[in-house]
Design a protein around this ligand. Structure first.
Ligand code: PML
Ligand code: MG
Ligand code: MG
Ligand code: MG
Length: 261
């Protein structure tokens, strides 16, 4: 069976600069290509953050032997009252995972202000040194876009059935878990911090192999278009090698967490 990586990203031009609106990723069988491509076009055109004037849809064959097998991170939820408490919780979780207090604070401030130059959102993630607050991604406009990943369909189905009672069996959550599972599986990555750039969505997460995917229920004010991802990396990391795996190595979540959710 042939597998294909299908990717979409959309943007609109503002004062001569393309501003990221949305993106999506799947790895699918050839027989599913047309259907998935159509849902991505629909998703791009109907995004809550606005109508794009540029949509890039790409389809690329994936070599099954190259696929990295991933275990889904287990989920926990940290309920907080407001943004301030959410940021304190995220800071605490990051420090427990091995990130320095300075780097954690820097990342939170960066996602609050908009990580790209001019306080804009980035298409990809920031790479931040976990010890000192130094950005390592080569292009701060673009960042590092985690790519070529998906869930194995039967594993996703079991996952949805298993966490049904939590009410979070939705694409936004399982796509974020796939990203966090691929990112934290890299030995150079200690943790990830994320909150959405979608103005209607305020829950974000801190992910690490140590604690799993910890949802923090309030990380930004409702109505804010600013969000993104920060990956905290070990000092001395070979940045090009890490970026190449995150962006190019196909990966499938094909195992449920061995620990309970
Ligand atoms: C996004 O929408 O871009 C990221 C969503 C992160 C949080 C998902 C969740 O509710 O667990
Ligand atoms: Mg989004
Ligand atoms: Mg996004
Ligand atoms: Mg790791």
């Amino acid at each position: 069976m042939s597998l294909f990586s299908v990717r979409m990203r959309s943007s609109r031009e503002e004062q001569g600069t393309p501003v990221h609106i949305s993106g999506a990723e799947r790895i699918v069988a050839e027989t599913d290509l047309e259907r998935v491509a159509a849902t991505f076009v629909q998703r791009a055109m109907q995004h809550k953050n606005g109508t794009p004037d540029f949509v890039n849809l790409s389809i690329e064959r994936v070599c099954p032997e190259e696929i990295m097998s991933l275990e889904a991170l287990p989920i926990q939820t940290c309920d907080v009252e407001d943004v301030e408490e959410g940021h304190r919780a995220a800071h605490h979780l990051l420090c427990e995972a091995g990130v320095s207090s300075e780097s954690a604070n820097f990342a939170i401030a960066l996602l609050k202000a908009g990580p790209a130059p001019g306080g804009r959102v980035m298409r990809g993630a920031v790479l931040l040194d976990a010890e000192q607050p130094i950005r390592m991604e080569p292009d701060p406009h673009r960042g590092v876009r985690v790519s070529k990943l998906d869930w194995e369909p039967s594993v996703l189905e079991s996952w949805c059935n298993g966490i049904g009672h939590l009410g979070i069996a939705r694409p936004r959550v399982w796509e974020a878990i796939a990203i966090a599972s691929k990112v934290t599986a890299q030995p150079e990555v200690i943790a990830e911090l994320c909150w959405s750039d979608d103005q209607s969505y305020i829950t974000g997460y801190v992910a690490s192999q140590q604690f799993g995917y910890v949802r923090v229920t309030h990380l930004k004010p409702l109505g804010s278009l600013i969000g993104g991802r920060v990956f905290f990396i070990r000092a001395g990391t070979d940045i090009q090698s890490l970026i190449s795996r995150l962006e190019k190595q196909p990966a499938l979540v094909d195992r449920l967490p061995t620990r309970p959710y």
